[in-house]
Write a protein that binds this ligand. Sequence first.
Ligand code: FAD
Length: 404
Amino acid sequence: MPPPHAIVVGAGPVGCVASAVLASSGIDVTLLEAAPELPRELRASTFHPATLDLLGPFGVVDEMIGRGLIAPRFAYRDRRQGVVAEFDLTVLADVTDYPFRLQCEQFKLCEIMLERFRSMANVTVRFGAEVLGAVDHGDSASAQLATGETMAADAVVAADGAASAVRKSLGLGFDGMTYEDRYLVLSTPFEMADHLDNLAYVNYISDPDEWLVLLRTRDLWRALFPVGDNQTDAEALSDESAQRRLQGIVARDEPYKVAHRTIYRVHQRVADRFLVGRVVLMGDAAHINNPLGGMGMNGGIHDAMLLGASLAAVLRGDMEADRLAHHAELRRTLAIEYVRRHTHENAESLAAPDGAARQRALDQMAARAADPEAARAYMLQASMINAVAAMSAELEEAGAITTG
Ligand SMILES: Cc1cc2nc3c(=O)[nH]c(=O)nc-3n(C[C@H](O)[C@H](O)[C@H](O)COP(=O)(O)OP(=O)(O)OC[C@H]3O[C@@H](n4cnc5c(N)ncnc54)[C@H](O)[C@@H]3O)c2cc1C
């Protein structure tokens, strides 16, 4: 009998990892990507320790480290006071192989994975293959392509991003909220660390007028700012506005070189279900959240690890389907109770309109950082080690490869 076959829709980080998990578990994979080639926009760029631990057995982390930047510290700052609280992830070396955040653009993981797939006989990748929807047939599933083709398989994985055509075709709700502010991201090669004292590679910066997140990637500093409804997208993206915002971080005589600029709306939304028979939703197709704390892509990769292994076990006949349903429900619960709560708290503390509330949040961070036990507890949360620990029994049950 030929091995079971799964279609994975979307070659983003989640679809690539899901394909790797399924293929390494003995499943034939067809990965369908709508774009003519791998999208390389600048989006998520932080891999948390727990995610690196999960990716470790796939042999991709060394190359990611080689193409990224190790960030052992992250900090909360105030524009006027400087560093308020700093967290040093190296103290977690007893519970993770990677006690740091890895700053590495998400498309680099996809590039590394896609290169691996070229030499794997059981993974077929098709670009320019837009999927319009999927149908669950009980013990199999199919995908409809924009070309008119219907492709049958034992299962379909929807990793087709926030606007997921598969999720919509199944009629699933995607309830939640949209933040009032949009987020503007500006990247510049200017070396901010030469001008701001003790600048970590990841900084959450509070300010009564304009909070921001300032992150280093290998080649650029990225600054993320809120955009209120007094500015249109075009105004926020204009040279004049970009220069004003960057000059507000470090004032210079000459204009900043802006390498990338993008603006986007931010939501907290979770799909009604992550599993409909033989169709599994993962990543942004299943849940989206604000990027403060860098948990969206990481949480999606955690979905791919558990649900990919679990789906493979069911398709091989090694596990009952009700266990996959249980694992899908667990991932949904973690998306709500862990990722949504943590990222929303981050947004509230940085962006609280009331100065006293913002100061309380900063004071709380300073107190945490000053107390080794509280700092460790916070870092276990922020590095998503707790989130993965919460599904360790299920990872083992599904036979997922883990380093722990
Ligand atoms: C502008 C922007 C900035 C962001 N910045 C951050 C950040 O700083 N930090 C953070 O944590 N998160 C950030 N995010 C969120 C993060 O990028 C996502 O959580 C992450 O990309 C999710 O990965 P994914 O694989 O589920 O979906 P995606 O990365 O969206 O990948 C989906 C893939 O599916 C393909 N696809 C879509 N529809 C179809 C279809 N119908 N048929 C076939 N293929 C299809 C797409 O082309 C894409 O390649 C950002 C998102 C955006 C939009």
